[in-house]
Every structure is written in structure tokens, then in C-alpha cells.
Design a protein around this ligand. Structure first.
Ligand SMILES: Nc1nc2c(ncn2[C@@H]2O[C@H](COP(=O)(O)OP(=O)(O)OP(=O)(O)O)[C@@H](O)[C@H]2O)c(=O)[nH]1
Ligand SMILES: [Mg+2]
Length: 499
């Protein structure tokens, strides 16, 4: 139904015109002052003019710099920095989530693995990086008994596997080979790899070339956890001496502060060459390349020197930060589920209540106990404290909105009747019941969205959302509410909370 928009447009136009006029006036006044300033400056002796000019230029420069600092876009990274969180806090969050019937199994398994590794006392090192950078090849070089699959095609390693390797000083390491990141359609593999990187005491970040923006973001994300990190340029055999030095110098410039060591290595691969036989014929030969990993072994020896116990607290902090982040995510999903259940419950009650009332008025219902209870329950789900006064103010505000839109809502409810032949014969009360149901459904959805996004009872935001939801309710919503009204009318309003 068209709404009268002309007056609003006129007001907007008038406000715009006024704003433009004010701006123009300000501009002219500023220009005028500048000209006056210039005139006075020109009349001054040189010894006074020069310092004044310098001060003005400095002030102008400072202002421009300040504006740039305030206005420039923030640097964006795909992976956000971790929030430190204690074990007690994580346990508490999981206990609350369990009470709210959320599936916490994966997070509990992560904590169990954290405890298992601490008790085991072994040193865990994860090899991490994009696909085909040579992680599995490096496992073969570090743990000669291991034979993980190696392939030119990316995405060869699909799950985490652990191998035992020995450092030159005799200490044993548990080495994790993980799926590569950056795989096409490999979001799940990337997550598996990141989780394992967080579980390790130290991480080797492998690359076979200069880092891309995605690799840079990934390396920074890892570095943010404060665990020992080695940046390793693999496939060094592909570069000559000058190229290798140039790459290592670039890495040093960019990553020296965020990594413990930067090394070049050759994990393996195949080498092809031609050799001359005794009879003078030439032959093409292909063989496995002998790994060159001395620099990496030395770096690993250094970064793991504190031992598993010495590196445990940083490892634990990294795992807890990730479990904390995921528990937040789970809490949001749980709140969304509970909100949807609550909104459905109150919509059903509103429909039944409307059918039972002789001559219900929409705002009476909204401001009544049902509306208050809906607001309170949704606020509790989103852990937002609300005052009695605010709830009342919100409900009367929305009540007015609803009164203004009642004609629209009733028309929508009337349309809904067409989808259910036979419903019309049940009388005008059903029409009102559908309208009330839609009002509650819209109010509930608006409340849930505002509380989830803003964590406060922002009345203006809620009202705007209610208005939008009532103006164009989706067909599926209208039919669901109409079906509710139909069932309630047939059962005589007895099953308010039957489902
Ligand atoms: N030239 C050269 N090639 C290498 C080197 N290390 C590995 N390769 C080759 O790089 C390709 C990928 O090696 P993988 O070890 O499978 O790489 P990955 O990082 O485990 O790959 P995903 O499991 O797919 O993530 C293979 O063809 C290897 O032979 C090296 O040091 N030099
Ligand atoms: Mg692999």
C-alpha cells in the first residue's frame, strides 16, 4: 500500500537547501578572513612575517595530519587478533552454554587435547603454510621413517598427521603435517590446519616464494599468539644466490620483529639433469633431491630450547583464545536459536489471546503483560539488563507505530485468509488474531536483531525494524501466523503453549 511520502521529501529538501546555504556562508566568511589575514601579513615587516608564516604552515600541516589519522581506513586483516582469556573463564562459558543446550562437544575435546598434551610433556611443532609449499616433503626430511604423500597438486594433505623427528642435539619433536591453506574450496581444511598450529609449541611457516597478502595476514595472525615462529623459504634450489638473498632480506625487513628466525631450505622435490655416458651418449636422469635443512634444524633447536614446559603457557594461551572465540560464536548462535523459539512462543500466545478477547485493541495487547514478558525474556537471552521504565517506553512507542500501521497489517492479514480457504468463515476475530500474531512476530524479530547487534534496548532501532517488518512481512511468516490462528480458532484457544 502506498504511503504518503511528499511532506517528508519536502522537509528533507528544505533541510538540504538550508544546509547548503549555511555551508556557502561559512566558505565565504573563511575566504574573507584569509584575504584579510593575507593583507595584514603583507603590511608587516619581513622579520615578523616569516615566523608567522612558519607557524601557520605548521598548524595547517598538523591539522591535515590529524584529519588523515582520523579518516584513513583501518588496516584490515582477514584473521582477527586473539583475545586473551583464562581457563576459568572458558570453563565458565562452556558450563553456561551446556545449560543452554548448546553443542559444546568440539570445544570440550579441544580442552581435553590441551590437557593431554600438557600431561604428555612432549614438544609439538606444526608445519604450516599454503598448499604445495612443501610441508609434507619437509616431514619426510625431518622424520626419515615417515612417508606422507607428496604431490605437485595442492590439497594433497587433508588431515593432521603426527610424526616423530629428532633434532641434532638428540631431543625428540612431535611434528604435525597439516593441510595447506589457500586451497580452492578448502575452508574446512584451512580451519583444521589453523587449529593444529595453535596446539603446537612452535610453528614453522613455510613459503616457496615472496609472501602474498593472504600469507602475510596468516603469518601476522599466528605471530599474534606470541609463540615461537620460524619463517622458512622452501624450494630455495629454485633461486640463484642473488634471488635467495633478496627474498631473505625482504623477509627480514618485514618479519624480523614477528618471527624468531628466518631461514632458507630445500625440503626435497625431484631434480632432473643430463649426464654423459662412457660411449659419449647423453642421458636424462631424474632423482630425489637431497634435502638441505641445516639452517632450519639450527633454528628449531634454538626456538625449542626452553622445552615443552617452558613453552607451555604461550601454547595454552593460544588454544584458550581460540576456544574462547568459538565459545562466543556458539553463544551468539545459541541466543539466535533461543530468540526464535521465544518469538514463536509469544506469537502463538498473542494469537490465542486475541481470539479470546472480545474486542482487543492492539496497543493494549502490546503494552500488556505479554509484551513486557517478551521484551524481558529476549533481553535475558542476550544478557542485556533492562529497566521497567525502558520496557514501558519501548512498548508504548511500538504501540503507536502499530496503531499507525494497523490498516496495513489488517490488509496483510486479510490477504493471508485467501491462502487458507475456509478461514474467512471463522469470523472477524481470526483476522485480528493474525494481525496481532504478525505484530508480535515482528516485534520479537526486531528486538532479537537489535539486542544481538547493539546489546542494548535501542528503542529507535527496534521501532524502525518493526515498521519495516510489518510493512512487508514475508509470505512464509504470514502463512505461519495464519495457520496458528486457524489452529487456535478451531481448538477454541486452548493450546497456547501446546508446541
Ligand atoms: N624444487 C623443489 N620442490 C620441492 C621442494 N620441496 C617440495 N617440493 C615439491 O613441491 C610439491 C609439493 O610438495 P608437498 O610436500 O606435497 O607440499 P605440501 O605443502 O605438503 O602440499 P599440500 O599437502 O597440498 O598442502 C611437490 O611436487 C614436491 O616435490 C624443494 O625443496 N624444492
Ligand atoms: Mg602435504
Amino acid at each position: 500500500m502506498p504511503t504518503p511520502r511528499l511532506p517528508l521529501r519536502l522537509i528533507l529538501l528544505a533541510a538540504l537547501a538550508l544546509g547548503a546555504a549555511l555551508l556557502l556562508g561559512l566558505l565565504v566568511a573563511t575566504l574573507n578572513s584569509l584575504l584579510e589575514f593575507y593583507q595584514r601579513l603583507a603590511e608587516m615587516p619581513l622579520w615578523l612575517r616569516l615566523p608567522l608564516l612558519v607557524v601557520a604552515a605548521a598548524a595547517f600541516g598538523g591539522l591535515a595530519w590529524l584529519l588523515w589519522r582520523l579518516a584513513r581506513p583501518a588496516a584490515r586483516t582477514a584473521l582477527t587478533a586473539p583475545m586473551p582469556v583464562s581457563r576459568g573463564e572458558v570453563d565458565l562459558r562452556l558450563a553456561t552454554l551446556r545449560e543452554r543446550r548448546a553443542d559444546t562437544a568440539a570445544l570440550e575435546a579441544e580442552l581435553a587435547e590441551l590437557d593431554r598434551r600438557r600431561a604428555g610433556g612432549e614438544l609439538h611443532v606444526a608445519l604450516f603454510g599454503e598448499i604445495s609449499t612443501g610441508k609434507s616433503s619437509l616431514i619426510r626430511a625431518l622424520a626419515p621413517d615417515a612417508a606422507p604423500a607428496v604431490d605437485v597438486r595442492g590439497g594433497t594433505t587433508q588431515r593432521v598427521a603426527q610424526y616423530r623427528g629428532t633434532l641434532p642435539d638428540g631431543r625428540e619433536l612431535v611434528l604435525a603435517d597439516v593441510p595447506g591453506s589457500g586451497e580452492v574450496d578448502g575452508a574446512l581444511h584451512a580451519q583444521i590446519a589453523r587449529d593444529e598450529a595453535l596446539r603446537a609449541h612452535a610453528v614453522v611457516y613455510l613459503t616457496a616464494a615472496d609472501l602474498t597478502r593472504a600469507q602475510d595476514a596468516e603469518l601476522n595472525w599466528l605471530a599474534g599468539f606470541g609463540k615461537p615462529l620460524v619463517l622458512a623459504l622452501n624450494k630455495a634450489d629454485l633461486y640463484d644466490e642473488t634471488e635467495r638473498a633478496a627474498l631473505l632480506q625482504r623477509f627480514a625487513q618485514r618479519y624480523a620483529k614477528r618471527t624468531r628466525a628466518i631461514v632458507a631450505l630445500s625440503a626435497g622435490g625431484r631434480e632432473r639433469y643430463e649426464r654423459t655416458l662412457a660411449d659419449g651418449r647423453r642421458e636424462r636422469v631424474e632423482r630425489e633431491r637431497a634435502p638441505e635443512i641445516d639452517a632450519l634444524l639450527e633454528a628449531l633447536g634454538q626456538v625449542t630450547a626452553p622445552g615443552a614446559a617452558g613453552l607451555e603457557s604461550a601454547r595454552e594461551a593460544a588454544v584458550l583464545a581460540e576456544v574462547g572465540r568459538r565459545s562466543d560464536e556458539l553463544a551468539r548462535a545459541t541466543a539466535a536459536r533461543e530468540s526464535a523459539e521465544t518469538v514463536a512462543k509469544y506469537t502463538r500466545r498473542a494469537v490465542v489471546g486475541a481470539l479470546a478477547a472480545v474486542a482487543p485493541g492492539s496497543d493494549i495487547l502490546i503494552q500488556g503483560a505479554l509484551g513486557t514478558a517478551l521484551v524481558r525474556e529476549l533481553a535475558r537471552i542476550h544478557s542485556v539488563a533492562v529497566r521497567e521504565l525502558d520496557v514501558e517506553a519501548l512498548l508504548s512507542r511500538v504501540g503507536l507505530t502499530v496503531r499507525n500501521t494497523t490498516a496495513i497489517v489488517l490488509a496483510i492479514a486479510g490477504n493471508a485468509l485467501k491462502a487458507f480457504p475456509g478461514l474467512g468463515t471463522l469470523g472477524g476475530g481470526v483476522l485480528h488474531a493474525i494481525a496481532y500474531g504478525l505484530v508480535f512476530d515482528s516485534l520479537g524479530r526486531a528486538l532479537a536483531a537489535t539486542l544481538a547487534e547493539r546489546a542494548e534496548l535501542d528503542a529507535a532501532d527496534i521501532e524502525a525494524r518493526v515498521r519495516a517488518l510489518l510493512a512487508e512481512p514475508a509470505r512464509e511468516r504470514v502463512e505461519r501466523v495464519a495457520r496458528l490462528a486457524l489452529e487456535a480458532a478451531r481448538s477454541g484457544g486452548r493450546d497456547a503453549d501446546a508446541r
